[in-house]
Structures are given as structure tokens and as C-alpha cells.
Design a binder for this molecule. Structure first.
Ligand SMILES: [Zn+2]
Ligand SMILES: [Zn+2]
Length: 150
């Protein structure tokens, strides 16, 4: 049962609500950020296909790797600068002073740091919202989701 689980060694973190932040932006800010986000994807996609795609289809061309890395770096840098300029940083820090996590992450085990997409070796389940079965010593499904999303 959860009462036998020791206190987590690290604090829970709040989640950033991208949707809430987005709702407070002006039309112009949304347009700038949306355009910049698409260019980040384009840079990532180009870089990914230049390296991993080439490995499966033929040689990696170092010139293509170089300029696609530069493309991603430039797009990412502009995106980050834009967010820093347009979105108050308080949106990204929780009441406990810790930097928030993106809401897409879901649950985190505060004992080992595993997540739904990065389970413990051999697999694990949620015993509580902040503890996985590898850390609790129990193999039981999550019973209490009242504290979600921590
Ligand atoms: Zn764990
Ligand atoms: Zn785990």
C-alpha cells in the first residue's frame, strides 16, 4: 500500500499549460511563435533525414549534415529567443520555485525519474502518482490518481 512507500527524494514539479499560455498571447504573438515552431520542425526534420535517413539509404554527406545542423540551430535559437521575449518566464516556474515540466510528459516517479515513455528496465507500473512499482517493491496498478499530474 502507498503508506509503506518512503517519501520521494525529490519534489514534484508543476506542469506548464501551453494552452493557458497560448490563450493569453495576442494574435501577432501567436503567429510569430507558430511560424517559428514550424521552422524548428523543418530544421529538425532536415537534420534527422540527413543523418539517420542517409545511414539507411546510403552515405552520410558531411556537407548536408553541417548545413542541416545549422538550419536546426538557427530555427531553434530564434524560437527560444521569441519565447523569452514574448512570454513571461513566471509561466515556467512553479509555486515551489522549481522549473515546471511540459504537460505532455505525464507522470514521473520521484524516486527513480522514470516516466510513461521511459519505464524502468523490465517494465514498471504506477503504484501512486509519484512512485512506480520498481521503487515501491509492489506490483499493483495505480489506485490513487487524486494528485495527478504529479
Ligand atoms: Zn521508480
Ligand atoms: Zn519505474
Amino acid at each position: 500500500m502507498s503508506e509503506t512507500i518512503p517519501q520521494p527524494p525529490t519534489q514534484p514539479r508543476e506542469r506548464v499549460s501551453g494552452r493557458d499560455i497560448w490563450s493569453k498571447l495576442s494574435k501577432d504573438q501567436r503567429e510569430e511563435i507558430g511560424v517559428a515552431a514550424l521552422e524548428v520542425f523543418a530544421g529538425d526534420y532536415a537534420q534527422h533525414t540527413a543523418t539517420y535517413g542517409a545511414k539507411t539509404c546510403g552515405d552520410v554527406d558531411p556537407r548536408v549534415v553541417r548545413f542541416t545542423e545549422a538550419a536546426f540551430g538557427a530555427a531553434w535559437g530564434r524560437f527560444v529567443d521569441l519565447i523569452v521575449d514574448e512570454v513571461p518566464q513566471a509561466n515556467f516556474v512553479g509555486a515551489n520555485g522549481l522549473v515546471k515540466l511540459p504537460s505532455i510528459l505525464g507522470r514521473v516517479c520521484l524516486h527513480c525519474g522514470c516516466t510513461a515513455n521511459d519505464a524502468c528496465e523490465g517494465g514498471c507500473e504506477w503504484v501512486t502518482d509519484t512512485c512506480c512499482s520498481s521503487c515501491s517493491g509492489e506490483i499493483t496498478p495505480a489506485k490513487d490518481i487524486a494528485g495527478w499530474p504529479f
